[in-house]
Write a protein that binds this ligand. Structure first.
Ligand code: UDP
Ligand code: MG
Length: 367
């Protein structure tokens, strides 16, 4: 599988693969087909299943862990569990579903318990308080025992029928396959701002995918074991994975409007999102070499300050008065800020030096 690995993640190739046909495996048993109740629209996987007579889908993976973070989603949970069961049934794979209750204050926990009791493939973890989606995902990853992990939202917006397509794309050799909500069913303002967000992230990270923050994603176990998701970094999973050296791709997936309740992320998401992008950029690119980050700005400010004040000193020497030159303050400010930035970078380097730990280098293979 590893030799097959590609780093290709061009929009075109992923776009095509989004439309890729699934090959029905030979000798699969015939299954009756029922249209998922929450989606009355024509769907790709629906057509596909009908065309293939609902045959068994084989996969190279042994066990699938589905991780579902949820916060106050009581109405969606039962239908979601049924949909997940139905969607995975045709796949030839053992599976578990880990429901992570992120401190819900409604009846979600009660319903989760009802779901898990009769069906041992369903497990749950419940937080005492609401820590956020990233924390819920991190705990879900820790609990997962499968060699492939699929995450999806609990609000029925993500379609579990996409799981076979995600696995298929992973089998091509990728380590993380992200869903791309190509036709998105969200309010206008959210769609536009999300486009902008994705554009900026694509620009800054050079990762050529359309949709960084899709709840539906598939990961090889190595990825979930090695990336740390905290704060609100769940928006940047592909970035975290890419910078640890994993290959990332995407496929177009179905997306549905929210059925029950309302979104858990208000307008603060935009502000927080950018702060998090800076965190991601810093922590993945510069955390091991802080002086490269602070040193650059520090040195730049310092030298501009020196030039400004050097020029003013020259004027003073040839007899001009500096009493009415605001530029002097700019020069002084730049020199002080420059020295401070540089010092912060040096202190950072000292921390890195003292905390260097070989465990943080992820070795893919050893001969
Ligand atoms: N979620 C969570 N903890 C939170 C906020 C959200 O576990 O603090 C879950 C939520 O229940 C849902 C998923 O994360 O399953 C995505 O949230 P939402 O649908 O509100 O986000 P949107 O689709 O609006 O981006
Ligand atoms: Mg949602």
């Amino acid at each position: 599988m590893d030799e097959q690995k590609k780093t290709e993640n061009s929009p075109n190739s992923t776009n095509q693969s989004g439309e890729a046909q699934q090959k029905p495996s030979e000798g699969g048993e015939q299954k009756s087909f029922r249209k998922p109740y929450y989606n009355r629209k024509r769907r790709y996987s629906y057509r596909q299943n009908r065309a293939s007579g609902f045959q068994q889908i084989n996969t190279a993976f042994k066990k699938l862990s589905v991780v579902v973070p949820l916060f106050n989603e009581e109405e969606s949970l039962q239908p979601l569990a049924n949909e997940i069961r139905k969607a995975i049934k045709p796949i030839n794979i053992a599976y578990e579903v880990i429901l992570v209750d992120d401190g819900s204050t409604d009846n979600s926990l009660k319903i989760i318990k009802e779901i898990c009791k009769p069906d041992k493939r369903f497990r749950y973890v419940s937080f005492r308080k609401n820590y956020g989606k990233s924390a819920a995902l991190q705990i879900g990853f820790k609990e997962a025992t499968g060699d492939v992990v699929v995450t999806m939202d609990a609000d029925l917006q993500d379609d579990p029928n996409e799981i076979p397509n995600l696995l298929k794309k992973l089998e091509e050799g990728f380590d993380l396959v992200s869903g791309w909500k190509k036709k998105r069913h969200d309010p206008f303002i959210k769609r536009v701002s999300s486009r902008f967000f994705n554009f900026i992230t694509r620009l800054m990270t050079k990762i050529k995918i359309h949709d960084f923050n899709c709840g539906l994603k598939a990961y090889r176990k190595e990825v979930t074991e090695n990336i740390k998701v905290y704060g609100e970094l769940h928006r940047y999973m592909p970035v975290l994975a890419d910078w640890e050296g994993f290959s990332v791709s995407e496929i177009a997936v179905n997306h549905h409007p929210r059925r029950y309740g309302k979104t858990k992320f208000g307008t603060s998401r935009f502000f927080k999102g950018f702060i998090d992008l800076i965190t991601v950029l810093f922590s993945t690119r510069y955390i091991k070499r802080p002086l490269h980050f602070f040193g650059f700005f520090g040195a730049f400010a310092f030298f501009v300050g020196i030039i400004v004040n050097g020029y003013l000193s020259y004027l003073w020497i040839i007899g001009e008065s500096l009493s009415n030159r605001p530029m002097l303050f700019l020069g002084i400010l730049l020199i002080i800020v420059g020295v401070q930035f540089f010092s912060v970078g040096l202190l950072g380097e000292m921390f890195v030096h003292n905390s260097m730990n070989e465990k943080e280098y992820f070795i893919k293979e050893k001969g």
